[in-house]
Design a protein around this ligand. Structure first.
Ligand code: CIR
Length: 254
């Protein structure tokens, strides 16, 4: 699948106060901005037109734009983020999405849903139930997708923060998997690139056209991807990892 467009949002001064479950320390804003610059450059190298939205200090986590929407070639779904401090992020994202889409659906309370819990594999969407996405939100999305002739499977998560924390789709029926997804029955029919436990964070990688963008510092995963024939771009994501974020979280790709 070819991606023509990407949307990103700059980290703001309050980024350092974002939500986290990790104990990797407080992010360094200046470094986060440099890493974000490199991320934008990589998306351009992959051939996408990058829309860069300005930061909003009211929402410390708003650079993690992936959580605000689910985008398909035909329509957009604005999510209803499950964290209180993030829910309002959708109001700034909506006009940006409207500039690309005419057909827009919404996830509505009491349903909650974070885009990071949604993985598209060809015409089939997998919807994680997590601390952020509840059953009601997942079922709303499932109904929307099925009404648009997509398939949708709900996948309750055991340990991962978001579905895409532990799984990525590369095209060609091939997935990158870590942890609970290595032997998960819902994903057994795919070709798998298995990320070893010590490199688990590298499972959050993104295929963008001719490249797979991966976090730097995960040599075994990089080697497996290269041996499978994928060209990789490595990016330092240390300041995003400190807030449980990764490469997929930082953009909407469509
Ligand atoms: C949060 O807790 O919501 C952010 N600190 C991290 C969001 C990561 N997003 C993603 O995995 N899609």
């Amino acid at each position: 699948k070819m991606f023509h467009n990407t949307i990103v949002k700059r980290p703001g001064a309050t980024y350092v106060n974002g939500l986290t479950t990790s104990d990797l320390g407080t992010p360094i804003l200046e470094k986060a901005l440099e890493q974000h610059d490199a991320y934008i450059e990589a998306l351009k190298t992959c051939g996408t037109e990058v829309t860069v939205l300005p930061s909003n200090d009211q929402f410390p986590d708003s650079t993690f734009v992936e959580d605000t929407a689910v985008l398909t070639p035909e329509f957009a779904v604005i999510s209803n983020p499950g964290a209180d401090t993030r829910n309002g992020e959708i109001h700034e994202m909506e006009p940006a999405i409207k500039s690309f889409y005419d057909k827009i659906y919404y996830i509505k309370a009491p349903g909650t849903l974070d885009g990071g819990d949604i993985l598209q594999i060809e015409d089939h969407f997998y919807i994680g139930i997590s601390a952020r996405t509840n059953q009601e939100g997942a079922e709303q999305l499932q109904q929307i997708l099925e009404s648009e002739n997509y398939k949708a499977t709900i996948v309750p998560l055991q340990k991962f923060f978001h579905l895409k924390t532990g799984i990525a789709y590369l095209g060609n029926q091939t997935i990158v998997v870590a942890g609970e997804f290595v032997d998960h029955p819902d994903f057994n029919s795919f070709q798998k690139i298995v990320v070893p436990p010590e490199e688990e964070y590298a499972a959050n990688c993104i295929r963008v056209n001719d490249y797979v963008i991966i976090p730097s510092g995960y040599p075994q995963t990089k080697q497996k991807l290269n041996e499978a024939g994928y060209q990789t771009i490595e990016l330092d994501t240390s300041e995003f990892r400190k807030l449980d974020g990764g490469l997929s979280c930082l953009s909407l790709r469509f």
